[in-house]
Design a protein around this ligand. Structure first.
Ligand code: SF4
Ligand code: FES
Length: 387
């Protein structure tokens, strides 16, 4: 592969549901930079905001070891620089060490994204000895009772803090990922103190995105606008104050944004995602679009990236409708999130309703208003076999 490829994109009049012959347009496609490998949907935690799909895959249907090893070799051949080993809970795969070793042997940077509760210090040392480069630990809350309630798992916080210390003892960089919502908003000051105490390199304070299981729990999780504003101001000040000491990433909630996020840095532009059964997706929630996705069992990864129909559907700008088509911000945010546009309007090519210029922006405001004023309902916990 020469590192660049020119491919056709579909006619902009096409929607996700209508598949008609395309007009040829040339869009330059560069090799992907990163890959999210969802090794399994199994997880000891049951967080109500999980981004995994409503229909979770059973262990028997997961890709086997040899297929994953082949995928990782293909990823290296394709030029991928970073692989994020995720789930579900990736440490439930007993072949995780082999995956780390294969990627490290090909010079690919490996990041383990884990809830940490079933990781032992011995296994962590082993993973590091096989070449693991980085660990990202999720933190449900800094209050032990809320932490246990969100994950529906006992003694979760103490276990996670042990893992964070082992990571630093092993000399590995540590990212703490703290999903934020109605039940833990306001924890940012204490979270930052904790991240500093643990010697974390990076802290992600990320408002929950309402895809997958989180969509089921919108009413339980949506925070009040005033509290979001207070938190955003605090985090902005802390980011400046701690520059060079702690890298803080803050992901704001779409529902209160003026413009959408550049979801995935643009559709099929930099990263790809592989599900536990081997489907190759441009983003983790793409299955919700009802499109057909190739799997690593059907064709090589490079063919899917450069020529796959789903990957080319929203590349470039020709597919866009107004107001995005003539908007100067289209090169910044790419019209927002296709999955959110589809979920709220039924049209994956529509402007993301998170955008204040979208004719459907009122849908976001209606959703927010109707949820935050009411008493939150109980969580619908994520469980395999339940949708
Ligand atoms: Fe982004 Fe489209 Fe909104 Fe412009 S109209 S800011 S491109 S989402
Ligand atoms: Fe799929 Fe944003 S989550 S494009």
């Amino acid at each position: 592969m020469d590192g660049h490829s020119l491919v056709e994109t579909l006619d902009p009049a096409e929607t996700t549901q209508e598949r008609t012959p395309r007009a040829a347009r040339q869009v330059q496609v560069d090799p992907p930079l990163g890959m999210l490998a969802e090794l399994t949907h199994r997880c000891p935690l049951q967080c109500p905001y999980c981004s995994n799909p409503l229909k979770l895959l059973k262990a028997a249907d997961e890709l086997d070891t040899e297929t994953w090893l082949s995928v990782f070799s293909q990823a290296a051949d394709l030029g991928i620089l970073q692989v994020h080993l995720s789930g579900g809970e990736p440490t439930l795969r007993q072949d995780l060490e082999q995956f780390v070793e294969r990627l490290a042997s090909r010079g690919v940077y490996t990041n383990l994204i884990t809830a940490g509760v079933n990781l032992t210090q011995e296994r962590l040392r082993n993973l590091v000895s096989r070449g693991l480069d980085h660990l990202q630990l999720s933190l449900q809350a800094i209050d032990p009772v809320i932490s246990d309630k969100i994950g529906n798992y006992k003694n979760s916080l103490a276990k996670k803090l042990d893992v964070a210390r082992w990571v630093r003892e092993a000399g590995l960089p540590l990212t703490i990922n703290a999903p934020t919502h109605r039940h833990n908003i306001g924890q940012a000051p204490a979270l930052i103190e904790l991240a500093l105490e643990l010697g974390a390199d990076r802290l992600e304070i990320a408002h929950v995105q309402y895809y997958g299981w989180a969509a089921n729990n919108k009413a339980a999780l949506m925070p009040d606008y005033e509290r979001v504003l207070v938190e955003a101001a605090f985090v902005a000040e802390a980011k400046t104050r701690l520059k060079g000491i702690l890298n803080i990433d803050y992901v704001t909630p779409d529902h209160y944004a003026q413009f959408p996020k550049p979801c995935m840095g643009g559709w099929a532009k930099d990263v790809l995602n592989i599900t536990p059964e081997g489907k190759v997706l441009p983003c983790h929630a793409a299955e919700s679009l009802g499109m057909r996705f190739d799997t690593v069992k059907d064709r090589p990864l490079a063919g899917i990236w450069y020529e796959g129909e789903a990957f080319n559907r929203f590349r470039g700008f020709d597919w866009m409708k107004e107001p995005c088509r003539s908007c100067p911000r289209k090169e910044i945010d790419f019209g927002g999130c296709r999955c959110q546009a589809f979920a709220l309007t039924g049209d994956a090519a529509a402007t993301d309703p998170a955008c204040s210029l979208s004719p459907n922006h009122h849908l976001m405001e209606e959703i927010t208003g109707s949820y935050t004023s009411a008493e939150p309902p109980p969580f619908v916990y994520r469980r395999i076999g339940r949708a």
